[in-house]
Design a protein around this ligand. Structure first.
Ligand code: GDP
Length: 528
């Protein structure tokens, strides 16, 4: 029990979120570097280099140099065992990112200092808000021309609706970036060019009251720093751990991931402030990570990561207890006992088979096609279910058919499996069966992934016809007579695979009209 508790308490499981290009990959790489998990930066994702990203499994990712799927990296640093949930930054894969955030205990939000809050930051932040998880802000690229730090904080507060509390403060930026000032210890860590971030840089520390500081950063920067400190102490929100834990206050750090400045300061502070795995809500109440036996939920399914093996991996977040290889667990949604085979973890560069894992860890298990996103596994006599993962409303739709009618079976199998993984959602015409399949996706790139995968993995060529709809609504009222429903002329009635009726709309005006014309009709954006 003591060992179990010790192991769980040292776990820190978090996701890094950012708008593409803000520096998430670079920051992750530097974290790994400190953990000794990689020897040299530049190996997480090789956009321009020959090296492939650790997280780039699919061909399509390599071809395009974007990270399509999220991966998980585990490494040790100090006394912590860190699980980083990597999230695809690409706009088109936000749904995958949303689910990944469900498995995280906190989030690190990387912001480009010259761009501030960007579109994707906003979207991802909303999910953090839904879950009330703590969000830690790293304002990156201070070695470049940056916006005024006060304005950046203001923007975060106004745009995201979260209060901010700078833990440190930058001195200058770009060519004149001098370092950061730690508000608690009152120490200035000076910026020194590292070998382009390839090694831990040697930087010196000096007290803000040390006269030597003037020599190091210059009189003007010192004066400006003193003014800023006064302003900050007077105006910014005070550090309050409770507000941080409930996601209402974001501690803010400044630095430069590329030149490896401020990264370790951030990592150290962040690990201290963020919590070990906390109890998680189930339909039978809160489940304690230490006192309960093994339980986990599936947050991601990925097929054919290794084409040679044609395997499908279900990623699960362990929420309580200890996992041991080969153990028998109860799959709640399948109502079946199963043995989890080939449990694996991704350690920086390679997948490895694991013998044991603890609450907070993410494991991938071989999935013979039985799991769906959101499923619970447990060994407790009292079978419980963790809260489900919401389905996000697709915003793009297409009618899909196979070219060769003889391949009907493979087509249905392929498209159903891809839908089960949560990459796409599939629907049917309201009045006909599976002859016509309508695919809905959150990001348009998923259409290409679908086409690519059906061809490569299932040997089925498809033809896709884009449909003009942008909005989907589930009908909440169970007793609605679909034939009597009065919609607009551009509305389309469809159903999901369970037979639930849905409506597709071209614009939000049509949604409003339909609600007006059908008193009592309740429409919902989220599927169940
Ligand atoms: P991601 O899309 O958020 O994962 O961003 P990357 O980590 O791939 O970084 C995008 C680009 O910004 C790359 O060319 C990085 O080298 C560069 N970059 C990342 N961090 C910094 C930084 O601190 N300073 C500067 N100047 N460039 C950076």
């Amino acid at each position: 029990m003591l060992k179990l508790s010790k192991e769980i308490k040292k776990r820190r499981t978090f996701a890094i979120i950012s708008h593409p290009d803000a520096g998430k990959t670079t920051l992750t790489e530097k974290f790994l570097l400190y953990g000794g998990a990689i020897n040299m930066a530049g190996s997480v994702k090789g956009k321009a280099t020959a090296k492939h990203a650790v997280s780039d499994w699919m061909e399509i990712e390599k071809e395009r140099g974007i990270s399509v799927t999220s991966s998980v990296l585990q490494f040790n640093y100090d006394d912590f065992c860190i699980n980083i949930l990597d999230t695809p930054g690409h706009d088109d894969f936000s749904e995958d990112t949303y689910r990944t955030l469900m498995a995280a205990d906190s989030a690190v939000m990387v912001i480009d200092a010259s761009k501030g809050v960007e579109k994707q930051t906003r979207k991802l932040f909303k999910v953090c808000l839904l879950r009330n998880i703590p969000v830690f802000t790293f304002i990156n690229k201070m070695d470049r021309e940056a916006n005024d730090p006060f304005e950046l904080l203001d923007e975060i507060e106004k745009e995201l609706g979260i209060k901010t509390c700078p833990v440190n403060w930058p001195i200058g930026c770009g060519k004149d970036f001098k370092g950061v000032y730690d508000r608690k210890t009152k120490i200035v860590t000076t910026f020194s060019g590292t070998s382009r971030g390839q090694k831990e840089g040697a930087s010196s520390e000096v007290s803000v009251n040390d006269p030597d500081l003037i020599r190091i950063i210059g009189q003007d920067y010192r004066d400006e720093l003193m003014d800023n400190i006064e302003l900050l102490d007077g105006a910014s929100d005070e550090f309050d751990m409770e507000l941080v834990s409930s996601g209402k206050l974001s501690p803010v750090f400044f630095g430069s991931a590329l030149t490896n400045f401020g990264v370790e300061i951030f990592l150290r502070n962040f690990l201290k402030m963020t919590s070990p795995p906390l109890p998680r809500m189930s339909n039978k109440g809160l489940i304690d990570p230490v006192n309960e036996k093994f339980s986990a939920f599936v947050f991601k399914i990925q097929a054919n990561m290794n084409k040679a093996h044609r395997d499908r991996i279900a990623f699960m977040r362990i929420c309580s207890g200890k996992f041991e290889a080969g153990m028998e667990v109860y799959h709640v949604q399948g109502n079946k006992k199963i043995r989890l085979s080939q449990p694996q973890q991704l350690m920086a560069q390679e997948r490895k088979i694991i013998e044991e894992a603890y609450a907070g860890d993410i494991i991938g298990v071989f999935d013979p096609g039985i799991f769906s996103i959101g499923d619970t596994l447990c060994v407790s006599a009292e079978k419980f279910e963790y809260e489900g993962i919401p389905t996000f409303a697709p915003e793009h739709f297409a009618r899909v058919r196979q070219v060769d009618t003889m391949k009907r079976k493979q087509f249905i199998k392929g498209i159903s499996q891809i839908a089960q993984e949560g990459a796409i959602q599939i629907f049917q015409e309201f009045n006909t069966g599976m002859e016509e399949i309508i695919v809905g996706v959150v990001g348009v790139l998923q259409f290409e992934v679908l086409q690519y995968r059906l061809e490569n993995e299932y040997n089925v060529e498809i033809r896709m016809e884009r449909l003009p709809y942008e909005h989907i609504r589930w009908i909440e009222n169970k007793d609605t007579d679909m034939n009597k429903l009065m919609g607009t002329s551009d509305m389309k009635k469809i159903k999901d695979l369970k037979g639930n009726p849905l409506l597709l709309f071209v614009n939000s005006w049509s949604i409003g009209m339909t609600i007006d014309r059908n008193p009592g009709l309740k429409l919902s954006e989220f599927g169940r």
